[in-house]
Design a protein around this ligand. Structure first.
Ligand SMILES: [Zn+2]
Ligand SMILES: [Zn+2]
Length: 504
């Protein structure tokens, strides 16, 4: 090894590779400094507006620029020991990423970043080791004068000037990016390109309580070519669009019950389904008794808007015969408290009664497609009908209310004199399922994977996932996922696998 690393050619290659690492780190640093949000998207970092952008430019810019500074300084001078600084930082970055893979329930989407960092780390470490064998290496610490030689100072001044030009040309940069982004968005059609199978995506996982990241509850199911939307909570239609769900191709919307957190987005959903695809038939809205009153109300509320849009766009975009929704009340439940809602080719959808008193009836849905199956619980107390219809399903999407967290909220409301909120946070304890109860149902029904998809309270950060799940893992030893907007689960026929992807 020592012989290899002291070979002149190997040393030259390591020097070139280390320079490349330094330049890539420099580009990353400049990227975070000049276009913080663009570089953040690639690393799945979501800045919180101005404050977040400040940290991206500052903290992440500094991390990459600092590593690049010492990396290039080490290569350009003869003091290769300075490579130890970027090596320590890269080792810490890799450690943090590995810790995250172990404790966070994340899809491994950043493997390519981890691999790049490991490659960088190896190159710099080998370069450092190789140089330490070299008799020409300088062991004493360099003086400032030898480090900041002419070459280095000129390079630094050029980079600073480039940054100033880039920061003053925000308008041109923005226009350039917008051109690229618009083209990219129009090309993409991720949902339509999915392979044949049963796919379930989360477009909303929140509850009536506000949360900056979570929208009202909404789940889409793509069974083969048939697209269904289950519930349409406030704001969720925007997420469906961001996930590139082709709204104009919706086969039917299925409503579990008529609480506002499950229907507040329906007006927008019906409008977008109509106006983004020039639908010529109204959207079918299946739901429990009362669905006709609700849909009629939405149709009426959006009727004036529909006329404006028709006057503006005409038949090419908004043919009037396709406007609004067509309600279909789900009735005729059999002895198993179930009714078939849809059956065609390989797709079967049933509705079953659940227990959400005083909301009556309240429904859950089961989807079957080519041997794969999914249940969506709706809002419910633990009940036998749900357990019965979830038997052996691949995925159970269950609502969950975490009582300990809710009691803390309740106490906070009482302490702050918020009487109505205190009342509500106490009342709702009696008509939802606790995570542990959902886990028992998943166990008893031999469900393969349990997903909490309607969270009460809507937890804002992943560090709370474990507290939300509580003791669920004591009762159910299958995988448990705390749902987040953008998650997509895929069940392909003839396999037992449950694939998880990230669409936001
Ligand atoms: Zn609800
Ligand atoms: Zn409800």
């Amino acid at each position: 090894m020592k012989k290899l690393l002291t070979n002149n050619l190997v040393q030259l290659i390591l020097r070139v590779l280390s320079s490349l690492v330094g330049l890539i780190l420099l580009l990353m640093g400049l990227g975070f400094l000049i276009l913080p949000e663009v570089f953040a998207i690639n690393l799945f970092i979501e800045p919180t507006r101005a404050v977040g952008i400040n940290s991206l430019r500052g903290d992440l810019g500094a991390l990459f620029l600092g590593m690049s500074f010492f990396c290039l300084l080490a290569i350009l001078s003869s003091y290769r020991r300075l490579l130890l600084i970027p090596i320590v930082f890269l080792a810490l970055v890799v450690t943090g990423r590995l810790v995250s893979y172990v404790i966070d329930d994340n899809p491994i989407v950043l493997v390519s970043s981890l691999i790049s960092e490991l490659v960088f780390l190896s190159i710099l470490t080998l370069s450092l080791v190789s140089f330490s064998f070299n008799s020409d290496s300088k062991n004493n610490l360099p003086t400032l004068k030898t480090l900041f030689n002419k070459k280095f100072i000129i390079s630094t001044i050029v980079i600073i000037l480039l940054v100033i030009v880039a920061l003053t040309g925000q308008r041109q940069l923005g226009t350039f990016l917008w051109n690229r982004l618009a083209g990219k968005q129009m090309q993409q059609n991720r949902i339509s390109n999915l392979p044949d199978g049963l796919h379930v995506g989360l477009a909303g996982t929140g509850s009536p309580m506000p949360d900056a990241k979570r929208k009202g509850v909404c789940t889409f199911v793509l069974a083969g070519k048939k697209l269904f939307i289950v519930d349409s909570g406030p704001g969720s239609t925007l997420n469906l669009e961001l996930m590139q769900v082709p709204l104009s191709k919706i086969e039917a919307v299925l409503i579990t019950h008529l609480h506002s957190d499950h229907i507040g987005g329906l007006g927008e959903l019906m409008l977008k389904a109509w106006a983004t695809g020039a639908r010529t038939k109204p959207l079918k809205i299946f739901g429990p008794k009362g669905v006709d009153i609700m849909v009629k109300g939405f149709n009426q509320a959006y009727s004036v808007d529909a006329e404006f849009r028709f006057a503006h766009h005409g038949d090419a975009v908004t043919p009037m015969e396709g406007h609004g929704g067509l309600p279909q009340t789900i009735e005729g439940f059999d002895e198993n408290r179930a009714a078939v809602v849809y059956q065609s080719d390989d797709v079967k959808v049933i509705a079953f009664l659940v227990d959400h008193q005083p909301v009556k009836p309240a429904l859950g849905f089961r989807f079957d497609y080519k041997g794969r199956s999914v249940v969506i619980s709706g809002d419910t107390l633990p009940n036998e009908s749900l357990r019965y219809h979830s038997k052996n399903v691949d995925l159970l999407f269950h609502e969950a209310l975490q009582p300990k967290m809710l009691r803390i909220l309740n106490r906070a409301a009482i302490n702050n004199g918020r009487k109505v909120i205190a009342h509500v946070t106490s009342d709702i304890l009696t008509y939802h399922t606790f995570p542990e109860e959902a886990a028992r149902i998943a166990r008893d029904a031999d469900v393969h994977h349990l997903v909490f998809h309607h969270l009460i309270p809507p937890i804002p950060v992943a560090i709370l996932n474990s507290a939300f799940i509580g003791d669920s893992k004591k009762y159910y030893d299958g995988p448990i996922t705390v749902g987040v907007e953008g998650m997509l689960f895929s069940l392909l026929p003839n396999t037992k696998k449950i694939l998880k992807e990230w669409f936001l």
